[in-house]
Design a protein around this ligand. Sequence first.
Ligand SMILES: O=C(O)CCC(=O)C(=O)O
Ligand SMILES: [Fe+2]
Length: 357
Amino acid sequence: MSLKPLDSPKHLDLNSMKELPDSYAWSTVDGFPSSGSSEQVPVINLEDPNAIKHVGHACKTWGVFQLINHGIPIDLLVNMEASGKKLFSLPIQQKLKAARSPDGVSGYGVAPISSFFPKHMWSEGFTIIGSPYEHARKLWPRGYRNFCDLIEEYKKEMNKLANRLMWLILGSLGITKGDINWVGPSGELKEASPALQLNSYPACPDPDRAMGLAAHTDSTLLTILHQNNTSGLQVQREGFGWVTVKPIAGALVVNVGDLLHILSNGLYSSVLHRAIVNRTQHRLSIAYLYGPPSNVRISPLSKLTDNVHPPLYRSVTWSEYLGTKAKHFNKALSLVRLCVPMNGFVDANDHNSVLVG
Ligand SMILES: O=C(O)CCC(=O)C(=O)O
Ligand SMILES: [Fe+2]
């Protein structure tokens, strides 16, 4: 069931607001006001010979890690950040020309999960699936080409990294190429049309009562996120509460999504995360959402199941899962679950305290 906002998003220009409107004031934000726990999300060096071990441990215990020496050119990250800034600093009327259509997913708009909450989020987003051309030319009728080229370059580099990370993660579970049926001719994992999500969180006059992006897990295999140097991303760690992912220059944040949770039969948990806002600084993040080809059925890998560890989830395609998520949000993972394991393991994604997953 979804909760419709009391009033539909009005596309207010958040950048110019001096006070927090009531429709943006969250009265019961779990853990607010708070600076987050002092725990640190693991930082992994991709060039470390023991990276596979560290990645496996981080996926098991946290479901998220920061990655350094990842091979993505720093210039590319800098240029993407600059382009994102340029996009969100356009006048609101210009951005609305590239608005997401009511039944579409690409384009400018509020966070798609907004409809599940009675209050608005202090953020705006731009979603790119496939080519950004159609929306970019509405934003910049004459200057869209550079943006489109940059996006293509970014997607290409991110795809290479996501593929490398997937094999590292699968390797840490003892999975090899023969165990996966969506492997291309040169050993690469085939992927569906990737999605890029640009998020902008303007400085907020009342940050302790506002929410940038409400708690959710990603419906991906994994997500690779670039954040600018303003903190705001928080992840939930069992026993520690909300932990801030402190920006490290040039590092990327990698998080386990629901499909990897299913594939690993729950060994690696998708991490619950959210974005908070602050009084003085604008924050920007760019999420690369990586998933399998849309027709591939994802289910617990047979190597990871036996009589004692039965498959916990039924098979789903990415598009089926997105459909379930769009209807049921935080309950989606439970809805594809087959059985409750005998050891009493509780699905890490049954977050009763949150409305979205
Ligand atoms: O802005 C962030 O750090 C989080 C963004 C995010 O979770 C998402 O786009 O799915
Ligand atoms: Fe996310």
